[in-house]
Design a protein around this ligand. Structure first.
Ligand code: TYM
Length: 396
């Protein structure tokens, strides 16, 4: 049952669900010519207010920064899971993936480099197996609602909560327990970097995501997103689902040169990471010089032997066996033999990705531009559905 909602001038602007939800606020669905769209939306928002929210169709959303070709950590920690989720999704599951170029601006960027990196990332997402006809893939900056919702969420985000988060500290190379009183923090910290988690929450919430597949390093941001969704819903009515983090089994792939820190693009030594487009020869060289230790034999002990354990973990993500099972096979083998097996596995798994990537990047027919346009179009329409609700409940 829906009640009509009219403006002061009597014009019909939408319907409110009836009876009113417990918090006293109505869920208003904008009146659209397209009744089917409107019905789907009612069904979705209706479900959110019931205790059977888990029965609602899933919306899977995730994002990645445009850092050019991603590394093995991005692949195992996120991209491979995105493809698995896509390939096993039911028909009504929505899959939305964004190349988050606005986030990239929180550190200084060179214009022509960023433009190239966005395209390389798009080519890689398709090369790993995302299908643009099944998954929506788009550049964040092409969908302005992300920035609009970011501003709205800024009005409820707590500075205290943001100041306890770790990312701005690690980007400024400050210790985790530093506060905003710290002189280096006061002079170096920019508002964009400090409020980065708010934009990330907007990315997720503007698409009404229910599930967000990420690596372990994003857990804190996901908790913040849930928190801000709940705060907003408490104040304005049940608009956003509380998104769940889907943490990949490859929670944290470590650097090959410094195995106590995660593999990342910001490490000064390029041999610390394997890129998805590295040739077999590049992969062999990088694994050969990966930092291990002088102990003989292969054992799994991430605290005492982080280097060897990291190699075992990477192997296990490709091979499918647990680290313990691998140890029982390799315990008497040399580290060299372990590295050779790993080189073979990584090369074999990445070779088809590299091949597809090279074809895509060489294509001058505008295929990648067409994919990003199609994705932006679909993402804009989806985000706009949320924003019309948000504006409505906020009196805009
Ligand atoms: P980003 O671009 O740093 O990383 C993209 C994804 O890769 C995962 N990842 C790793 N997983 C395992 N081991 C590693 N060494 C490793 N390095 C990276 C990350 O966990 C992530 O899933 N803030 C995000 C981007 C973002 C986002 C979002 C993500 C913006 N908005 C909304 C999800 C939802 C980031 O910087 O990811």
């Amino acid at each position: 049952m829906y009640r009509k909602i009219t403006r002061l001038d009597g014009r019909l602007v939408g319907f409110a669900s009836s009876p009113r939800p417990l918090n006293g606020r109505s869920i208003v669905t904008p009146f659209k010519a397209d009744r089917l769209k409107s019905y789907r939306l009612n069904r979705w928002f209706g479900n959110c207010t019931t205790k059977h929210a888990s029965d609602a169709p899933r919306t899977i959303f995730s994002g990645i920064q445009p850092t050019g070709v991603p590394h093995l950590g991005n692949y195992l920690g996120a991209l491979r899971e995105w493809v698995r989720l896509q390939n096993s999704a039911t028909e009504e599951t929505q899959l939305i993936f964004s190349i988050v170029d606005l986030h990239a601006l929180t550190v200084p960027q060179k214009c022509h480099m960023l433009r190239g990196w966005r395209k390389e990332m798009l080519a890689t997402l398709i090369a790993v197996g995302l299908d643009p006809n099944r998954s929506t893939i788009f550049y964040q900056s092409a969908v302005q609602s992300h920035a609009e919702l970011y501003w709205i969420l800024c009005t409820i985000a707590s500075i205290g909560y943001l100041s306890r988060m770790t990312q701005w500290k690690s980007k400024l190379q400050l210790p985790d327990d530093v506060t905003l009183e710290n002189p280096a923090a006061r002079s170096e910290l920019r508002l964009g970097l400090f409020s980065y988690p708010v934009l990330q929450a907007a990315d997720i919430l503007v698409h009404r995501a229910t599930h967000v597949p990420v690596g372990e390093d994003q857990r804190q941001h996901l908790e913040f997103s849930r928190n801000i969704a709940n705060t907003f819903n408490h104040r304005y009515g049940q608009i956003f689902p509380a998104p769940k983090a889907l943490i990949s089994p490859a929670r944290r792939v470590m650097s090959l040169k410094e195995p106590t820190v995660k593999m990342s693009k910001s490490h000064s030594d390029p041999r610390s990471r394997i890129l998805l487009t590295d040739s077999s020869e590049d992969i062999r060289k990088k694994i050969q010089v990966a930092l291990t230790d002088s102990e003989e034999g292969v054992t799994y002990d991430p605290i005492r032997r982080p280097g060897v354990s990291n190699l075992l973990e990477i192997l296990s993500h490709f091979d499918g066996r647990t680290c313990e099972e691998l140890v029982s096979e390799y315990q008497f083998a040399s580290l060299r033999a372990l590295k050779e097996t790993l080189t073979g596995q990584v090369s074999d798994n990445l070779a088809p990705i590299r091949e597809r990537y090279l074809q895509l990047i060489a294509n001058k027919g505008g295929y990648l531009d067409a994919v990003s346009e199609q994705g932006a179009h679909a993402a804009r329409a989806n985000a706009e559905q949320t924003m019309s609700h948000v504006r409505n409940v906020m009196g805009l």
